[in-house]
Each structure stands twice: as structure tokens, then as C-alpha cells.
Design a protein around this ligand. Structure first.
Ligand code: 7RM
Length: 656
């Protein structure tokens, strides 16, 4: 990275002034205790063994906790359990079958309540339906569905049989679905006719059909009917291959035993898109993954029997896997699942759901929080949000401005905020505050969780002193870590374990402040190099969003003959603010004043939107292409492909 004579760390100018100690009532009742840190660091492997015995239901106890042949880990290898039994049966067996698992709300306003009894019945029937379609232990099943309870039922049905699922995000096009099905050689596809989003019904089955033309491994398709009765439209079904869920599943035998599975049985593949390279099938196995999801969901979200927990992620993202399906269901939680978008029919949709269902814990992405800030305070202010007691953030660094707004407007200046850092590859949250224990600082994910060993290192792999930045690494194996990349162990070693031998390199930059707090700085590929100063995008973006007129901002480095790279910023203004040239100058000056002249953007543009993935991450690669006037690379994972044209038009960039 850079060959400046003098090595600069990844600089940061982030304000560190504010801090929020745990409040007394949260602390008094918290699931997590401060002594977890010492207990875990004294002997992390023993700590995880203890948690695994306490939190999971085993069919055959393990005697070996960890086998570690760098970089290949086996956790609890001689133990056996069934993941679906842990998520469903054990709660029913304990007398909690009538407890609500999901309060589901469709975007058009239809509602369903799904209890743990319902889950047990439906998971067994669905597992038998999969068996009837030829699915057996060790097979792969692709899932391409909207946000309906059946998506969780489908995943648990696979887990019950020891078949691995591969959930493909419902916004992806046919070629992306086909690539993922083919890489995994999935035998069955579970899909739907479509779903509701932004007030419209979007068709899924025709896209699935298109994908299946080039996916010969799929011999059976199960199709959930979401189209509301009495509405127009039909769905083509291919005789012999396609089966309606409502015709095929209900008649299946009621019982499907939860057979014990090896701890290291493949639970799922989840594909992460490299930029242009072939997507990587991240492998997660059963017991270690379930432990990570269960432990963190309990400790970080402080889940209690009466909580109404809402993770607003899509199930096609790892956040939906770990914090809608496996973690919360393993903990027997009551959840909210909402099908649609936050702006439909109006920007107060989420807040009306919180008020109605008395949601106590909300987990969402900074991009959603910034979108709410932009729409105005009247939307949350029009609702009673006093049931909320804990708020979470995930997916990107959260700028302090958004953190403070979240706490004040949504959390009533009362709720703790957990900024949770993790990845598809880590399986569960690794860096986060523990509510009731950790003093938080807005914008910092604080500390590695108990049992997690992280470090921030320089180019040579040496740990950097407190107060400086570098590369985030994980120095010891953890139970929910990825087990590899499907079909490509070499790529697994090369991608994650070669940059700093002996450590996992996450791809993110981070800084530790004088108190040892971790400040995540985004992907190191996004770090800008201005006159040999490495500046992370989040710092400049935070400084821009700190200005009262700015709703959201993204910055990238553009090649510059004088300074190596120059900072180019794309700014979305709050509602009602005029995009004047004078304001551009004011914003540049604001950044200069707040974080230093070196970080002052050379050029700023007002734009109506930013290119994002469906999980809300800004696609800076595309902004770099736009800034450099290049052709755009792969746009498959873009949430809304029309946005690029809108931005190009706004910036006057050449339209190829
Ligand atoms: C959960 C998830 C992973 C990447 C990761 C980071 C970024 C996620 C935070 C964050 C700063 C956070 N999985 N990231 N959470 N950056 N603070 N709290 O997002 O595989 O889709 O993405 O997301 O760059 O490497 S993911």
C-alpha cells in the first residue's frame, strides 16, 4: 500500500470527546457481565467450550473443543446436535410452544403470527417435502425468496436434514442466481411467485425460470405463493419440476425427526461478491456457527423472554442468517419480520410498527438511519417509541452524527447503542459493546467481544501502538469463523490468511484510540492516499454529515498528478436545502476546519442518491469509476441500477 518514504498509519481525525457509560438499570439486569472478558482471555478455548455446553442442546457431547490446523478449524468435532432442534424443538419441549416466534407484517398490511408450535409443524412438513424432492444430508438447496416466514422455515428444514442452504438475495438477477446455484450444484430451488416492495408486486418466478435454463443440477422447485388472492397476474409452473408450496407441503407427513448431525456438518453457503471475480461461497458449519450466533445474540442484544426484537435486515444478507434466523430462534426470541421498504406507504412505517408491536430492540444499518435523518424528525416524533430499550447498528461504520441522532430521536436519549462489527466470514458479531457493561463512544464499535482476539497491525504485521491505525486482524480462531470457500481451499488461504501469516485479515482498516477503543475505518481498498497521507473515507464523510445541511455523503480518491489522489465527494442534502455553489465551498471549508486541510475534498458534487448494495453499503468502486470517467465494472449487486445514471446526470459525467 503506497510507497511513501515515510510510512503513515491510516490517519484519523475522529472526535473522541463524547462517551456514554452504561445506565444503572440496563447494567443491573444485563445478560453479560464484565468478568466475561477476563474469564475468556484466560483460556478462550475453555471459555467457548463452557458456552457451548451452556447455550446449546447436544445429542452427543463433544470431548474435543478445537482442532486448529491453520487456517482450517474444527470446533466441537466429535459432538453432535441438530441446529433445527436447537432453534425450534427445544423451546416447544420446554413448554414455550405458544410463544410467538414471528410477528410478520406484509408490505400491503397483511399480518401473520407464527408461534414456535407453528414453526415445529411447518419445519417438519417442509423437511419432508424436501426429502420427497430427493434432498438428503450433504446436498445443497438454493433459496430465493422475499421476506416471509417461509424463508426461515425453509432454512430450518434444510438444517433439519443436514442439507446446506444457499440463500440468494431476492434482488439479484437471473445470472447471479444461476452462478450461485451452479457453483453449489444445488439440487432443489425454493422460491416464490414474488413479493411486495415499494407498493408493487415484484415477480421472482420468471427470474428463477430464466436462471434454471442454465442450472441443470436443479431437479425440483418449490414455489411459495405470495401474490395476494384476487390480484392480477399468473405464474408459470413447469410440470414435473415445479410444485406450489401450498399444494405440496401441507400433505407431507407431520413428523420428521431431528437426526443428530456432526458438529462440522455444512450448514450453509453464503456467496459474497468479489468486485469482478467469481463470487465466493463462504462456508459455515453447524455447532460453532450456532454457538457464535446464539452467544452474541444473547450478550450483545441482551435478549430477555419478554423482548420484542426486530432485526430489519434482509435474510439474503448474513445479518438475516445470524440475527433473524439462527441466533434469535436458538434463544427462543419473539421477533418482528417486515416484508417491505421503510418508505411504504410513508416514511413512518417502521415507527408505526415499533409503536404497535411495542418493539424493545431494533437492529438496522447506518444507511437506514441516515435515510431517516434525511426525511425529517416528524416521522419518528409522530409515534410512541418508548418501548425501545436497545438499538443496534451494522454494516458500515456509523458516523457520530447518525449515532447521536439514533440515540436521541429513536432511543429517546435513553437506550444504549451497540455498533456491531462483523462480516459474512466471521459468522457472528466480533467487535461490539456489551450493553450494561461497556461505556460507548459514538462512532466506535468499542472492543472485541469476550473470546475474540483482534489486533491492529502495520504493513509488516507488527501491532501498532494505541492512538494509531492500521489493518484489522483476528489472531485466534473463533467458533463461528468461516470454514473455507466452497470448492476452493487455496483461494481461502490466499484471500484471508496470506497477508499477515498466522492471522486472519478482515480487509478493514481500524484504529485504536488512547483508551484502546476500536474505530472501524472501512475497507482498506477504499483508503485514500493524499500527499502520502492515508485518509479513510469514513472520517471525511463524517465531517461532511456533521454539517447541518448534509444528509449523506460518500468520498473517493481520484488520481491526481499533484497529490497522488485527490478527494472527490458526493453529497446528498437534507430535504429543503438549496444546492448552491456557495454551499459547496462552505462544505469544503467545514471539512477542512473539522479534520484538517489535508482532508479537504478537492471537488464536491450534489447528488440525489448514492449507489449501494442491498445491505446498504456504499459502492465506492462505482463512484471511483464515475469520478475517473471510466466504464463501470460489475453492477450485479447494486440495489437499484438506475441510480448510476441519476448520479452521472447530476455530476455531468460522460454517459457512455
Ligand atoms: C455484517 C456485515 C462486512 C463488512 C466489514 C466492514 C463493514 C460491517 C460494520 C462495518 C464498520 C461496523 N457483513 N462493516 N459492520 N464497518 N462498523 N459496525 O455487514 O460481509 O456484508 O460486510 O462490512 O467493512 O468488513 S458483510
Amino acid at each position: 500500500m503506497g510507497d511513501a518514504p515515510e510510512q503513515h498509519g491510516i490517519e484519523t481525525f475522529q472526535a473522541e470527546g463524547l462517551s456514554f457509560p452504561p445506565d444503572a438499570s440496563t447494567a443491573a439486569a444485563a445478560n453479560a457481565r464484565a468478568d466475561l472478558y477476563e474469564r475468556a482471555s484466560a483460556d478462550p478455548v475453555a471459555f467457548w467450550a463452557e458456552q457451548a455446553r451452556e447455550l446449546l442442546t447436544w445429542r452427543r457431547p463433544f470431548t474435543k473443543t478445537l482442532e486448529w490446523e491453520l487456517p482450517f478449524a474444527k470446533w466441537f468435532d466429535d459432538g453432535e446436535l441438530n441446529v433445527s432442534e436447537n432453534c425450534v424443538d427445544r423451546h416447544v419441549a420446554a413448554g414455550r410452544g405458544d410463544k410467538v416466534a414471528f410477528h410478520w407484517i406484509g408490505e400491503p398490511g397483511d399480518r401473520r403470527t407464527v408461534t414456535y408450535n407453528d414453526l415445529l409443524r411447518e419445519v417438519q412438513k417442509t423437511a419432508n417435502a424436501l426429502k420427497a424432492l430427493g434432498v438428503a444430508k450433504g446436498d445443497r438447496v438454493a433459496i430465493y425468496m422475499p421476506m416471509v416466514p417461509e424463508v426461515a422455515i425453509a432454512m430450518l428444514a434444510c438444517a433439519r436434514l443436514g442439507a446446506a442452504h444457499s440463500v440468494v438475495f431476492s434482488g439479484f438477477p437471473a445470472n447471479a442466481l444461476a452462478d450461485r446455484i451452479n457453483d453449489a450444484t444445488a439440487k432443489v430451488l425454493i422460491t416464490a411467485d414474488g413479493g411486495y416492495r415499494k407498493g408493487n408486486f415484484f415477480e421472482l418466478k420468471p427470474i428463477a425460470d430464466e436462471a434454471l435454463k442454465s442450472s441443470p443440477s436443479v431437479t425440483g422447485v418449490l414455489v411459495y405463493q405470495r401474490r395476494q388472492p384476487g390480484t392480477a397476474g399468473t405464474t408459470a409452473m413447469q410440470a414435473g419440476r415445479d410444485h406450489w408450496w401450498h399444494e405440496f407441503v401441507p400433505g407431507q407427513p407431520a413428523e420428521c425427526p431431528a437426526d443428530p448431525m456432526p458438529a462440522e456438518q455444512l450448514l450453509y453457503l453464503l456467496y459474497t461478491s468479489g468486485t469482478t471475480a467469481k463470487p465466493k461461497g463462504i462456508m459455515h458449519t453447524s455447532a460453532g456457527y450456532l454457538l457464535g450466533a446464539t452467544f452474541t445474540h444473547r450478550a450483545v442484544f441482551d435478549i430477555k423472554p419478554d423482548d420484542v426484537y426486530w432485526c430489519a435486515a434482509d435474510v439474503g444478507w448474513v445479518t438475516g442468517h445470524s440475527y433473524i434466523v439462527y441466533g434469535p430462534l436458538s434463544n427462543g426470541a419473539t421477533q418482528v419480520m417486515y416484508e417491505g421498504t421503510p418508505d411504504t406507504p410513508a416514511w413512518d412505517r417502521w415507527w408505526s410498527i415499533v409503536e404497535e408491536l411495542k418493539v424493545t430492540i431494533l437492529y438496522c444499518a447506518p444507511t437506514a438511519i441516515r435515510a431517516f435523518m434525511r426525511q425529517g424528525d416528524e416521522h419518528p416524533q409522530g409515534h410512541d417509541l418508548s418501548s425501545l430499550r436497545l438499538l443496534g447498528s451494522v454494516g458500515e461504520p456509523i458516523n457520530p452524527e447518525a449515532w447521536l441522532w439514533y440515540r436521541e430521536m429513536i432511543g429517546g436519549n435513553r437506550t444504549p447503542i451497540v455498533d456491531t462489527w462483523w462480516q459474512t466470514e466471521t459468522g457472528s458479531i466480533l467487535i461490539s459493546p456489551l450493553p450494561g457493561v461497556t461505556t460507548t463512544k459514538p462512532g466506535s464499535a468499542t472492543f472485541p467481544l469476550p473470546g475474540v482476539s483482534a489486533d491492529v497491525v502495520d504493513d509488516s504485521g507488527a501491532s501498532v501502538p494505541l492512538g494509531s491505525g492500521g489493518y484489522l486482524t483476528l489472531t485466534k480462531p473463533w467458533p463461528s469463523m468461516l470454514r473455507g470457500i466452497w470448492g476452493d481451499p487455496e483461494r481461502y488461504k490466499e484471500t484471508y490468511w496470506s497477508r499477515f501469516p498466522g492471522s486472519y485479515f478482515a480487509g478493514d482498516g481500524a484504529r485504536r484510540d488512547a483508551d484502546g477503543y476500536y474505530w472501524l475505518l472501512g475497507r482498506v481498498d477504499d483508503v485514500m492516499n493524499v500527499s502520502a497521507h492515508r485518509i479513510s473515507t469514513i472520517e471525511v464523510e463524517s465531517a461532511l454529515v456533521d454539517h447541518h445541511s448534509v444528509a449523506e455523503a460518500a468520498v473517493v480518491g481520484k488520481s491526481d498528478p499533484l497529490t497522488g489522489q485527490a478527494i472527490v465527494g458526493f453529497v446528498i442534502l437534507k430535504k429543503g436545502i438549496d444546492p448552491t455553489p456557495a454551499l459547496l465551498e462552505e462544505l469544503r471549508a467545514h471539512v477542512g476546519k473539522n479534520i484538517g486541510a489535508i482532508a479537504k475534498p478537492k471537488h464536491l458534487e450534489f447528488v440525489p442518491e448514492l449507489p449501494k448494495t442491498r445491505s446498504g453499503k456504499i459502492m465506492r468502486r462505482l463512484l471511483r469509476d464515475i469520478a475517473e470517467g471510466r466504464n463501470l465494472g460489475d453492477v450485479t449487486t447494486l440495489a437499484d441500477s438506475s441510480i448510476v445514471e441519476v448520479i452521472r446526470a447530476a455530476t455531468g459525467a460522460a454517459d457512455e
